[in-house]
Design a binder for this molecule. Structure first.
Ligand code: F6R
Length: 613
């Protein structure tokens, strides 16, 4: 989730780059850099000072030589390599003439790097992005123009990217390209701009154009032209943008929460990118626990708080089913005070979006004190949890601004389920063809979330009908249970209404006493194996007068017998359903909260990161 900006043809290039980077601040970043390019000279500066990186960059730029009219700038959100200046963008080729900035992940960077190193290229960072500078250098060496060199280079690249390249031997040109990661071009008389996000160039450009997947654009002061990966000319679609800066930062959405709900397909896709080698082995670059240790794990303990705890609960089902290791899940604030037993072979996984939640950090410290190996699942590179853990797997959901967690949840589930598959692979508890099928299924989830997001109108209708209700029970079985807990948490924190999540089987053991007309029961009933039991639970609540909302798959006709309202989702492998089924529940909480006039991004009494016990 890095930020990109580029300018060609402006006497104010440096100021435009610095201001643009500042405006990308809301996306979050840990380091920043710019390169100014003119005939025969590429001047680059990079800083890694967390959220102060752009301010530090501004200071460094006081030394910049005058007279540059073109340049590129980047704010980095680390994925490969620590957030240090040496890993910040722009990256240069061996000659120092070519500068590139990149947002996304180059999946096959290792093999490309090995090939280029064999040809004599020298790498200076621990990033996947640097291969782009050397690849382009390699293509340029055969006499190609920059645009053609970028196009040729991209034919060998797998993964996601928004990138921009400049070369001091072909000045006043930026060549940009995109696959998955967003990119826009802006124009004004005599100046052309490039950005990952409209806010960076909102006050500069007068017209905006979207770059589509696998399109390559050449920007000069006079304008731009674009081609597809085959080199055929393409026209960029002009965007009608009448946003103010605040709306632009929210990507045109009313609030960060709806923006982040909409980013969930990307959050899952990015989290899964680059995790499987050609021979089928599932890999995590940041996982510094040996294969032998993982194979010999005797028990897994997951510790987490709030939404992250719900993701951890999903992981219990996946790890136990696929890797046949017993799993315990603990609320992190409870773990350290209950004198936990840590035997040899205990692996503790701390799950946290922020990586700064004090309860989770204290729980993993306690586990380490007692001899456990600790793996962190964190959305923030080099967070406290990540630094203290023996190993870390990063979710790549990008900065989450809204207090209520949404995209981090789906990314955590994706990362944890992938980890479960890796454990199964190492322990030989699943045939390789089952792992293949599950891996394919996991990669299909992103599309299923996107399909579900397109159906927000069905949720709008239900939310409007139920806006006066005060009490909600969310029910599910198997992984539908943690999904229900998460659905209830979203509703209570956003609307301030009473909402509880229960395993549906617990209904008869108490909560059924509370069911009466006016109460709403929301059920997650997408798992065929649990369907019959769910239907009889729902018949019981319906008989007692509750309004029944059911999350059901497209092909489920029987649900009509018990449901007052059905929220349809595409069918997926049962273990993956939490990532899809949570979407209508998030939208339901969101739409109810909007209907009640609540501040969805900042619910009362809550903070995004809880750093006190
Ligand atoms: C709920 C929510 C919180 C967090 C919890 C843990 O929407 O956001 O429940 O999930 O405070 O935070 P992290 O994941 O940062 O440890």
């Amino acid at each position: 989730m890095c930020g990109i900006i580029g300018v060609v043809g402006s006497p104010d290039t440096l100021t435009t780059l610095l201001e643009g980077l500042q405006r990308l601040e809301y996306r979050g970043y840990d380091s920043a850099g710019i390169a100014l390019v003119r005939a025969g000279q590429t001047w680059r500066v990079r800083t890694a000072a967390g959220t102060e990186s752009v301010a530090a960059l501004r200071l460094e730029c006081e030394q910049a030589p005058a007279g540059f009219t073109s340049g590129i700038g980047h704010t980095r959100w680390a994925t490969h390599g620590a957030p240090e200046a040496v890993n910040a963008h722009p990256h240069l080729d061996c000659s120092g003439n070519i500068a590139i900035i990149h947002n996304g992940i180059i999946e096959n960077h290792t093999e490309i790097q090995e090939r280029l190193e064999a040809k004599g290229h020298v790498f200076t960072s621990v990033t996947d992005s640097e291969v782009l500078a050397h690849l382009i250098e390699d293509s340029r060496a055969s006499g190609l123009e920059l645009m053609e060199a970028v196009r040729q280079s991209l034919l060998t690249v797998r993964g996601a990217f928004a990138l921009a390249a400049m070369d001091a031997t072909e000045p006043n040109v930026i060549v940009a390209a995109r696959r998955i990661s967003p990119l826009v071009v802006g124009t004004a008389p005599g100046v052309t701009y490039l950005a990952s996000d409209v806010p960076a160039i909102l006050d500069k450009a007068t017209a905006f154009y979207a770059v589509n997947d696998d399109e390559i654009v050449r920007l000069g002061p006079e304008g731009f032209r674009a081609v597809d990966l085959d080199g055929a000319p393409v026209r960029l679609h002009q965007l009608s943008i009448d946003w103010d800066l605040e709306t632009a930062e929210k990507g045109g959405h009313d609030d960060f929460m709806s923006k982040e709900i909409g980013e969930q397909p990307d959050a899952v896709r990015a989290t899964l990118l680059d995790r499987r080698r050609r021979d089928g082995t599932i890999t995590f670059d940041e996982l510094r626990v040996s294969d032998e240790e993982l194979r010999d794990v005797k028990r897994v303990v997951l510790v987490a708080a709030g939404t992250s705890h719900h993701a951890a609960l999903v992981a219990k089902y996946a790890i136990e089913r696929w890797a046949r290791v017993s799993v315990e899940v603990d609320i992190s604030s409870e773990y350290r005070y209950r004198d936990p037993i840590v035997e040899i072979g205990t692996l503790v996984i701390g799950v946290s979006q922020s990586g700064e939640t004090i309860d989770t950090i204290q729980a993993t410290r306690e586990a380490q004190r007692r001899g456990a190996r600790v793996v962190a699942i964190s959305n923030i590179v080099d967070s406290s949890l990540a630094r203290e853990a023996d190993a870390v797997i990063y979710t790549r959901a990008g900065l989450e601004v809204s207090v209520a967690s949404t995209k981090a949840f789906v990314a955590q589930v994706a990362a944890l389920e992938l980890f479960a598959l890796r454990l199964a692979q190492l322990r030989g508890t699943l045939p390789e063809q089952d792992i293949d099928a599950l891996f394919l299924g996991l990669n299909a989830v992103s599309g299923q979330i996107a399909t579900t997001l397109e159906r927000s109108a069905q949720v709008e209708h239900v939310a409007r009908e139920l806006i006066g209700a005060r009490d909600f029970f969310f029910l599910g079985r198997h992984v539908g249970f943690p999904t229900s807990l998460e659905g209830a948490l979203k509703l209570k924190e956003l609307t301030y209404l009473h909402a509880e999540g229960y395993p549906a089987g617990e209904l008869k053991h108490g909560p059924l006493a509370l069911i009466e007309p006016g109460v709403v029961v929301v059920a997650v009933a997408t798992d065929p194996a649990m369907h019959e039991k769910m239907m009889s639970n729902l018949a019981e609540v319906k008989a007692r007068g509750a309004s029944v909302v059911v999350v059901a798959t497209d092909d489920d006709e029987s649900v009509a017998a018990v449901a007052d309202y059905v929220l349809r989702v595409p069918a997926t492998e049962p273990m993956f359903t939490p990532m899809v089924d949570i979407v209508p529940l998030q939208l339901f909480a969101y739409k109810m909260a909007r209907g009640l006039g609540r501040n969805v991004d900042r619910p009362r009494n809550l903070a995004k990161t809880v750093t006190v016990e």
